[in-house]
Design a protein around this ligand. Sequence first.
Ligand code: ASP
Length: 334
Amino acid sequence: MPLKTSSLMDKNFSRPMPKTPLMPNKKILILTTGGTIAGSGDDHLKGSSYQAGALNGETLLSLLPSIQETLEVQEIAQIDSVEITPHIWKMLLESLHSKALEYDGFVITHGTDTMEESAFALDLLYKKDKPVVLVGAMRPSNALGSDGMKNLCNGIALASQSPYRGVMVLMNDKIYNPHTLYKAHTYNLDAFASRNGGEIGYVLDGCVKFFYHPLPSIPLPFEPQDLESLPKVEIVYLYAGIEELPQFSHKVDGLVIAGCGAGNIPSKIKSSLLQLQDDGIKILACTRGSQGFVTQSDFIPAYGLSVPKARILLALCLKHSFTQEAIQEIFSHF
Ligand code: ASP
C-alpha cells in the first residue's frame, strides 16, 4: 500500500503569516448540514439550551459579515449531527466531486458531536484537489458570545487560501487533521483536541498559518457508493468487571473493541472474541484512551485510530471483503 508520508515543510507551508488575507475573491461553496452553528435558542444568555439545525443554509449565510470571497450555499441537511448517516456523507461527496471545477474550495457547516467521524469518512473518500473545511460552533447563532460566524469566516479563509487541498477541520481558530481530531469538551469553545499531537495550523482574522504539513490522505480503494448499505460493525466498550459480550439482535460483520489501555481485553471476553474471530467476524482492538496506539493484539490492532473512526474504516474494508491481513496492513498506516 503506497503511503504518502508527511514531508518537511515546503515553501508554501512555512511562509510567514500574512498581515492581510491572501488570495481573496475566491469562489467558495458552503454546504450546510445543521448543528449548533445553525442552532437557535429562546434565551440569549443560555448558550446551552437551543435547537440545533434550526436555521436553513440561506439564513445562515445572511448572518455572515461581508467578506471578499464569493459565496454560494447548498443545503444538504438541517439536522443535529447525532443524526448524521453515511448517506449524508455520500450526498456531501457527490456535491464536492461534481462541483470541484466550479469552486476554489468548500466549507461544510456541521454539528460538532460527530464532526470527527464525518471529517474522517470524507477524508477517506474525497478524490478532488480543492480544500474542504468542516466548521461548527459550540454556541448557537443567537447566543451571547456565539462562535459560529467566526468559525465560518475562518473556514472560508482556510478554504480559499490553503496550500493543502484535502479535508480539514477548523474550530476555535485552530486547524485540525481529520485523522486525529476528536471532540474533547462538551461545552467549551475550545472543544477539540488531537490524538497524539495538536492542531496543525491557525487562522487569525482570516490569515492562515500552518505549523505542520497536514498528514496527507492515504490512497485507499474506497468509493463514495461504498457508503450505501455498509456492513454492520458494532462497538463493544470494555470496563472493569465485564463478564460477557453484549448480544446484538442483528447479524454483526465486524466488532471494534474499545479496550483498556493498549487495547487490553479481560481473559473471559478474549476467549469469546477469539471464537467469533474463528467464525469469520473481523475484530479490531482499539483503546478507550484518547492518546496513544494499539499495535499488538490477538485481533487486528487499530493503531492510532479512535474507536468511532476505526469503526468507519473497518466497515469500508468489509464492504470490499478484504482479508484479515489486508485490513491489518491498512490500519497500520494510521
Ligand atoms: N448537538 C450538536 C450537533 O452536533 C452540537 C454541536 O453542533 O455543537 O449537532
